[in-house]
Write a protein that binds this ligand. Structure first.
Ligand SMILES: NC(=O)c1ccc[n+]([C@@H]2O[C@H](COP(=O)([O-])OP(=O)(O)OC[C@H]3O[C@@H](n4cnc5c(N)ncnc54)[C@H](O)[C@@H]3O)[C@@H](O)[C@H]2O)c1
Length: 266
């Protein structure tokens, strides 16, 4: 798939799924903005991509603040001159200390909503203004299987990801007249720093996981829930992003596509 000449912004690209997405986009020819609240990680990822002979620029952003996201968009334009692709990947499972609480508290509700839902809306607003003018754009939101499948213990996260799917549909309709495709991806179970937090919490509060290491607790869940019997990887998500960011997907919009090894089929 050919993304030569395209410029992509990936939020939360400093590690985990966002990093793999940025690397895949760069491998296929896109210039990539590595946007993250953790600037040190963003700098490392951009350096690695540049060392591989591609083009990347790290930019600090806090997606919960519109002014910060507007600054990110201006920085991306100053560096690369256009914006074709936005990947809204930044997300959190809970506020600081979430894994030490059996139940989410008020801070978890507010922070998860601010990052996972409002953050997507903020970045979409900042970037789609520029895309509209050129009548071209691809926006891909990273939702989750948790947005479709209820689970006990962390409703703020489930609701936020259902919100991302809903926001994807609304934005797809709003931006369709401007030839901007908006889709979501629903990943299943991926071993990243986020799942390390989830598994750490499970080893404390879930009787089936007590006594296990976080990694073993994760493997137990994979074995229990995934028909294909294996975890998904950040690269799996990057591969679908590349397709949705390419012109091969020009008539796909408003969709939420699962990458979950068969754990949920609608
Ligand atoms: N790991 C999984 O199994 C899984 C499954 C389904 C969906 N997801 C979703 O995929 C996305 C990436 O998850 P991950 O597992 O790579 O998580 P992660 O915690 O490893 O990485 C998230 C990144 O987002 C950044 N970030 C957090 N808050 C931010 C903010 N306010 N502004 C800018 N950047 C911010 C972090 O600094 C980090 O680099 C998230 O939206 C997550 O909900 C993950």
């Amino acid at each position: 798939m050919d993304l030569n000449g395209k410029v992509a912004v990936v939020t939360g690209a400093g590690r985990g799924i966002g990093r793999a997405i940025a690397e895949k986009l760069a491998e296929h020819g896109a210039k990539v903005v590595i946007a993250d609240v953790g600037i040190d990680n963003a700098v490392n990822v951009a350096e690695a991509i540049n060392d591989d002979g591609h083009e990347a620029e790290p930019i600090a952003v806090d997606v919960t603040r519109q002014s910060s996201v507007d600054r990110m968009a201006r920085g991306a334009m100053a560096r690369f001159g256009q914006l074709d692709i936005l990947i809204n990947n930044a997300g959190i499972i809970g506020a600081r200390g979430w894994e030490t609480r059996g139940r989410p508290n008020e801070r978890d509700w507010d922070t998860v909503y601010a990052v996972n839902v409002k953050g997507v809306a903020n970045a979409t607003r900042a970037v789609s203004v520029l895309m509209r003018k050129r009548k071209y754009g691809k926006i891909i939101n990273i939702a989750s299987v948790a947005g479709r499948q209820g689970a006990p213990g962390n409703p703020p996260y489930n609701i936020s990801k259902a919100g991302v799917i809903s926001l994807t549909q609304a934005t797809a309709l709003e931006l369709a007249p401007f030839n901007i495709n908006v889709n979501a991806i629903c990943p299943g179970l991926l071993w990243t720093p986020m799942w390390e937090r989830i598994a750490t919490r499970q080893t404390k509060y879930d009787s089936a996981s007590q006594g296990l290491t976080p990694r073993k607790a994760f493997e137990r869940v994979v074995a229990e829930r995934i028909p294909l019997g294996r975890e998904q990887t950040p690269e799996d998500i990057g591969n679908l992003v590349v397709f949705l960011a390419s012109d091969l997907s020009e008539n796909i919009t408003g969709q939420a596509i699962n990458v979950n090894g068969g754990s949920r089929m609608d």
